[in-house]
Design a protein around this ligand. Structure first.
Ligand code: HEC
Length: 150
């Protein structure tokens, strides 16, 4: 009897660590990390908007911010692993129930920020401004569906 209990105990410990779900402490770390990554995305978007709005003489920075935004867009899917829907997070559980929809919106973010990067290389300000709005729509679309309101 005792042996069976010990066996079950160690088996469950093993299953917890070997499954692809994160244990709570890792989960909190991942949540904090993704919130920082999201803030970075907002920072790069805001930086581009500031340059455009105020016609700042650092237009070459637009491309750098667009590059960073594009890098972040490619990370988006991997900062939402299963098991990170609980705790200090605004991520809705529907992310993991509608994973393919979530993946699709992440891909839209990648596609639109890739276009933004291409346009930033050419420096057509009107086109960049338009594409910033399109990229912003992918943020909004994901938040509307998958982020809890305050
Ligand atoms: C595929 C979905 C998705 C996309 C695309 C996305 N976000 Fe998010 N974002 C989320 C989710 C979900 C949260 C909540 C994360 C949490 O609290 O764990 C979030 C949180 C945030 C936060 C709050 C971070 C914090 O401090 O808690 C900011 C700011 C943000 N996103 C900005 C952006 C911007 C700007 C873009 C586009 C350039 C963007 N996001 C694109 C899903 C997305």
């Amino acid at each position: 009897m005792m042996k069976t209990k010990i066996f079950i105990f160690f088996t469950s410990i093993f299953l917890i660590f070997s499954s692809n779900k994160l244990v709570p402490s890792e989960s909190a770390g991942m949540i904090k990390y993704r919130q920082n990554v999201m803030k970075a995305a907002a920072g790069h978007m805001g930086a581009i908007v500031s340059i455009l709005k105020n016609n700042l003489p650092i237009r070459d920075h637009i491309l750098e911010h667009a590059n960073s935004l594009n890098q972040i867009s490619k990370m988006t899917i991997s900062i939402f692993p299963k098991g990170t829907g609980l705790g200090r997070t605004k991520a809705k559980n529907s992310i993991w129930k509608n994973w393919s929809k979530f993946e699709k919106i992440s891909q839209d973010f990648v596609d639109e920020s890739t276009k933004l990067m291409e346009l930033a290389k050419n420096g057509d300000i009107q086109a960049i401004a338009k594409q910033i709005r399109k990229t912003g729509k992918t943020c909004g679309s994901c938040h509307r569906n998958f982020r809890k309101r305050d």
